[in-house]
Ligand binder design. Structure first.
Ligand SMILES: [Fe+2]
Length: 242
């Protein structure tokens, strides 16, 4: 209930009916939102397995990074795909250029690459993390960025990976950047990431409905999240899906 499998060809929409070139096409379950009353009301039933996530046409270095994430942890990969989906929807709604959306898509797919250095027992711990474990987790944006910095082809990507846990009020990590000093795409990924985490739930936390998650985003707009981008996301999800 509340879910429908979609074949998401993100850029087909951006380019009219033209074939998307060099971009991902993936099949993914996303929540079916109903617009009656404004807010989405359906729940994100994560018990439905994602149909598939096939990555095509991307350069080898991008595919390799994704395959490493997938091989390390299937759930992390699914999270990354959903975060990419929401990231691109926000970017679309801002009227971003296709090339910027393409960069954002790759950045969001790889945003948690650094978690491949976090033990899976910590990633999936069915309880709140200890302070020590959380310190470990907090290294992942820098770790991911360092991996990508050493490889060719990710010069535009790694800053977004590095800063996706910054907060609008400057209380995030790793750099404590605030407001518009946080790279734009990193601010978008931060919102998409939070929405996905809330709606998909965690081992120790029940998932929220999309409506509850949107309320949470709204409550934290201007402190954790870029308030303008939260508004864009609210609008984008309340007018989806086809
Ligand atoms: Fe992250």
């Amino acid at each position: 209930m509340g879910l429908k499998p979609l074949i998401v060809a993100m850029t087909a929409r951006l380019h009219g009916n033209k074939e998307p070139s060099g971009l991902f096409i993936f099949a993914v379950n996303v929540p079916k939102f109903t617009n009656k009353g404004g807010a989405p009301t359906s729940s994100f039933d994560d018990t439905q397995p994602m149909l598939a996530a096939t990555i095509t046409e991307e350069p080898l270095h991008v595919r390799m990074a994704l395959e490493i994430i997938k091989a390390y942890d299937e759930a992390l990969f699914r999270h990354s795909v959903r975060v990419a989906y929401y990231t691109c929807r926000i970017l679309e709604a801002t009227g971003a250029a296709p090339e910027q959306i393409r960069v954002a898509q790759i950045s969001s797919l790889l945003h948690d690459l650094g978690k491949i250095t976090v033990p899976r027992g910590v990633l999936h711990k069915p309880a709140a993390l200890s302070e020590h474990e959380f310190t470990y987790i907090k290294l992942h944006p820098v770790t991911g960025a360092r991996i990508l910095q050493k490889l060719e082809g990710f010069a535009e990507i790694w800053p977004y990976v590095k800063h996706h846990h910054e907060r609008w009020d400057g209380k995030g990590y790793p750099a404590g950047l605030a407001g518009e000093n946080i790279p734009f795409v990193a601010r978008v990924i931060c919102i998409a990431d939070a929405f996905e985490a809330m709606t998909a739930g965690r081992p120790y936390k029940k998932s929220m409905t999309p409506a509850q998650a949107l309320d949470e985003l709204t409550a934290n707009a201007g402190s954790q999240f870029d308030p303008d981008l939260v508004r864009v996301f609210l609008h984008a999800v309340s007018t989806q899906l086809d």
